[in-house]
Design a protein around this ligand. Structure first.
Ligand code: ARG
Ligand code: ZN
Length: 865
């Protein structure tokens, strides 16, 4: 069944109050729900039945209206809907359901993670707990009582504040929680378990004292400090930058090991994947630390952009996610290096989101239809959605944007609204008509900008001509022009900046004239990646080298280097296909040498500049993806740059190897990133002394960043004996740290050397692998299929069969995760014919199977069209 945005109807019935009582037991959980139901005064058709949602498999024990039991003939159950006709204007509905949390492997609704009870209700998990109008525009005040065995579950948590508690006899106890803020059911949460807690305090600007509590399994208590500091930083930042304060007396975060996504912003009770909250120098990499900081902030920021103002329906998901990703990205930029954060985000967008835009599941930031909403928690909704908000920020400027955000929160506090409402607030404060801008929400696909220029030395006039277009996407053959902010600069040959500013594109073709330009300038285009587009301009190698060393815009300096590398790599791919020997041009070596030797440069920036574009990015850029050509050309280039600059890599390594104590701050992180990049190039020479150096780093490092970097270099090298040895040592050292074991699996799954599939098959049998844990699945299957392209795309199709086998198995257990892991297969049309048809055959095999979940069915059926 497909749901359409255009079919939206406001709810006929509202639920002012919801009282829940959970009897948590080992074999079952009984849920008693009492809903105060009223006819929606804004809906005139009073005869519409009460519509509740409840999972088809959920057992309904009792249903009553104002105390009168309803018999089966008094209501209709159709799929996941329950309809009751002829109900009074206002009444109390009572409903008792029986749940089996210990058998819930889908990890939606109420389930068990490592012995603790927890919930995940976004988007439609609440309907697996009780029958309810489970849609975000029905907001209710929740009061929740949890009853459980006191010894097994000493900690009982839900949204809001604890108001009463007591003992029930037989070793059971109970706690009642009250959340004063009306909220949609997707923000409901509960947790019951034997948990340790780190507590701190925060005082808001207006004087509210907030208790901050982060809960985890007792063994992880020493890994919570960084999340706590990040939370306090985020709370301060949201007050400073957006004027937003927290609105309850308690803010709780709980770490759980079984979780489908990263984290969830439940009101006052965030639930986090352990991978996004636990951090300790010994077990967590720099990247891990940054992820914790970013996700803790993201969920906190949702308290305003998501909870106080929420979504009218799930088509509006980007209203909260795009805005909140933009907010967390700006926070991380302020806490660390702004340019590096931008480079990382743009790299992700260009590889993964652009690929999504070009694939069978392409959809607008505000989708028009879906079969399963879980499939739309995508890079398009999140990351492209954040770029759309960023463009509003660029077009309006920081001050007006802030005014617009203030107006949005003021107008819609306590409401469930749409992306149109968000843009309307920006229109109101700026006096601009943003009608054309809204095409960014409704049209799918990555726009393309073709830029050409001309210069007239007589009149000193320089002209830029920009043509915009956007390729067709499913259901959208023709696109209208977008409003695009194009930030540019014009540089003289010596690097001096002659102009910098923003051009606004509105038409298919537009010209911009610049006067008094003394000589032909080099354009620096799309500075800071001011719009999520593909920009083409016919740069010469020399121009790119000039920009690489002179552009005042740090992002574009990096981008110039990337453009040059991509061009050179594409040339090698052509040579590879033509059977001509590949070459590494001296100009690139010279430019890289300069970057490596210039000690005044920021090591983090140098690292970004000296990293070759990933195989995934080269694949995204290819017309037809030739996996072997991409892999071999990139490997050739890596080795060539390793050998040509061996001395310089060593010097950079030694310079960054300062022996300082570990700290996750941006500066030390930057030094470690250059150090480990240099080590990677040294290892790429394949020479023994660097194996020794890597081994030494492995043994002497006091932190996971350096240890894991060394491990993965050895594990991916041709030194197979040492590889085995270190992997074994690492396992012995860290087998009791689940998150570290995820890394251990990922390192092996992404090892491109011979025999990769056999290795992952074996790892799937390893005792630390648990096919019910999404993190383990992502580490093994996700890494192999998305990070190890040459192995996954083995010519005989064995990788595809392996993935399809897993999808069929996982679909019965956890459809959300199955549908997500399936992504690499869906891109079959992009590959060379033989591989494409082998991939397609596996999709066909999947869809020929009976009783697929809606999640997997939607993805497979759309990719076979
Ligand atoms: N709203 C959450 C976040 O972005 C993610 C939702 C999790 N959804 C899910 N289906 N598990 O912060
Ligand atoms: Zn979010």
């Amino acid at each position: 069944e497909t749901i359409y945005l255009e079919d939206y109807q406001p709810p006929a019935w509202l639920i002012s109050h919801t009282e829940l009582r959970f009897e948590l037991e080992e074999e079952q959980t009984l849920v008693r729900a009492q809903l105060s139901v009223q006819a929606n005064p804004l809906v005139s058709d009073k005869r519409r039945p009460l519509e509740l949602f409840g999972d088809v498999d959920m057992e309904l024990c009792r249903l009553s209206i104002d105390g009168e039991i309803l018999e089966a003939c008094d209501y209709q159950r159709k799929g996941d809907r329950l309809l009751i006709e002829n109900v009074p204007e206002s009444f109390t509905l009572e409903c008792v359901t029986r749940l089996l949390p210990h058998e819930n492997t889908a990890l939606e609704g109420l389930y068990k993670s490592d012995g603790m009870f927890c919930t995940q209700c976004e988007a439609e998990g609440f309907r697996r707990i009780t029958f309810f109008p489970d849609r975000p525009d029905v907001m209710s005040i929740f009061r929740t009582t949890l009853v459980a065995d006191k010894a097994l579950y000493p900690v009982l948590l839900s949204n809001g504040n604890p108001i009463e508690s007591g003992e029930d006899g037989e070793g059971r106890h109970w706690v009642t929680w009250d959340d004063p803020w009306p909220k949609p059911s997707y923000l409901f949460a509960l947790v019951a378990g034997d948990l340790a807690m780190l507590e701190d305090r925060y005082t808001t600007t207006s004087g509210r004292e907030v208790a901050l509590r982060i809960y985890a399994e007792p063994k992880d208590l020493d890994k919570l400090d960084y999340a706590m500091q990040s939370l306090k930083n985020a709370m301060r930042w949201d007050e400073d930058v957006y004027g937003r304060e927290y609105d309850l007396d308690i803010y709780m975060i709980v770490a759980v090991d079984f979780f489908n996504m990263g984290a969830m912003e439940n009101k006052g009770l965030n639930i986090f994947n352990t991978s996004c909250v636990l951090a300790h120098p010994k077990t967590t990499t720099d990247q891990g630390f940054q992820r914790v900081e970013g996700v803790v902030a993201h969920e906190y920021f949702h308290n305003w952009s998501g909870n106080r103002v929420t979504c009218r329906d799930w088509f509006q998901l980007s209203l909260k996610e795009g805005f909140t990703v933009f907010r967390d990205a700006e926070f991380s930029a302020d806490m660390n290096s702004r340019t590096v954060k931008r480079i990382e985000d743009v790299s992700l967008l260009r590889t993964a989101q652009f690929a999504e835009d070009a694939g069978p599941m392409a959809h607008p930031v505000r989708p028009e239809s879906y079969m399963e909403i879980s499939n739309f928690y995508t890079l398009t909704v999140y990351e492209k959605g954040a770029e759309v908000v960023r463009m509003l920020h660029t077009l309006l400027g920081a001050d007006l944007f802030r005014k617009g955000s203030d107006l949005y929160f003021e107008r819609h506090d306590g409401q469930a609204v749409t992306t149109d409402d968000f843009v309307a607030a920006m229109e109101a404060v700026s006096g601009r008509d943003l009608g054309q801008f809204k095409r960014w929400y409704s049209q799918a696909g990555t726009p393309r900008l073709e830029v050409s220029d001309s210069y007239n030395p007589e009149t000193c006039e320089y002209t830029l001509t920009v043509r915009q277009s956007c390729p067709p996407s499913p259901g959208q053959d023709h696109k209208q022009p977008y409003l695009i902010p194009l930030n540019i600069g014009l540089l003289a040959e010596d690097g001096q900046e002659l102009y910098s500013g923003m051009l606004e594109l509105t038409k298919e073709i537009q010209q911009f004239r610049f006067d008094n330009i003394a000589s032909r300038p080099v354009p620096s285009l799309l500075r800071g990646f001011s719009a999520p587009v593909k920009l083409e301009y016919d740069y010469s190698d020399e121009q790119l080298l000039m920009l690489l060393s002179n552009d005042p815009d740090g992002f574009n300096r990096w981008d110039a280097g990337q453009r040059l590398c991509i061009r050179l790599l594409q040339q090698q791919m052509q040579r590879y296909r033509d059977g001509v020997p590949m070459t590494c041009p001296e100009t690139l070596v010279t430019a890289w040498r300069q970057l490596l030797l210039d000690e005044s440069l920021d090591p983090a920036m140098v690292t970004q500049c000296l990293r070759l574009p990933s195989e995934a990015q080269l694949a995204e850029l290819a017309g037809v993806i030739d996996v072997a050509a991409i892999h071999d050309a990139r490997e050739f280039m890596r080795k060539a740059l390793a050998e040509a600059l061996e001395q310089e890599w060593l010097m950079a390594y030694q310079r960054c190897d300062t022996g300082e104590a570990y700290s996750p701050d941006a500066e030390s992180t930057g030094r470690r990133s250059l150090k480990n990049l240099a080590l990677a190039y040294l290892m790429a020479t394949g020479r023994e002394p660097w194996l020794e150096l890597t081994r030494q780093q492995y043994e002497q490092s006091d932190n996971m960043t350096d240890q894991l970097a060394a491990l993965s270099l050895v594990a991916h090298s041709e030194f197979r004996e040492t590889a085995e040895e270190l992997l074994q040592e690492f396992y012995q050292q860290w087998q009791h740290e689940s998150l570290v074991m995820n890394q251990w699996l990922a390192v092996q799954a992404s090892d491109p050397t011979e025999g990769a599939l056999e290795r992952v098959k074996e790892l799937a049998q390893h005792p630390i692998f648990d096919a019910r844990n999404p993190n383990k699945l992502r580490s093994l299957i996700g890494s192999f299929c998305a990070q190890n392209l040459s192995s996954f795309h083995a010519e005989d199709g064995s990788g595809y069969i392996w993935l399809a086998d897993w999808i069929l198995k996982l679909d019965k257990q956890n459809p959300q995760v199955a549908a997500r892991l399936l992504t690499p297969l869906t891109r079959w049309k992009r590959y060379t014919a033989e591989r494409g048809s082998l991939m397609r055959a596996q999709l066909q095999r999947i869809i020929d199977t009976n009783e697929l979940s809606a999640d997997v069915y939607e993805v497979v059926s759309k990719s076979l069209i």
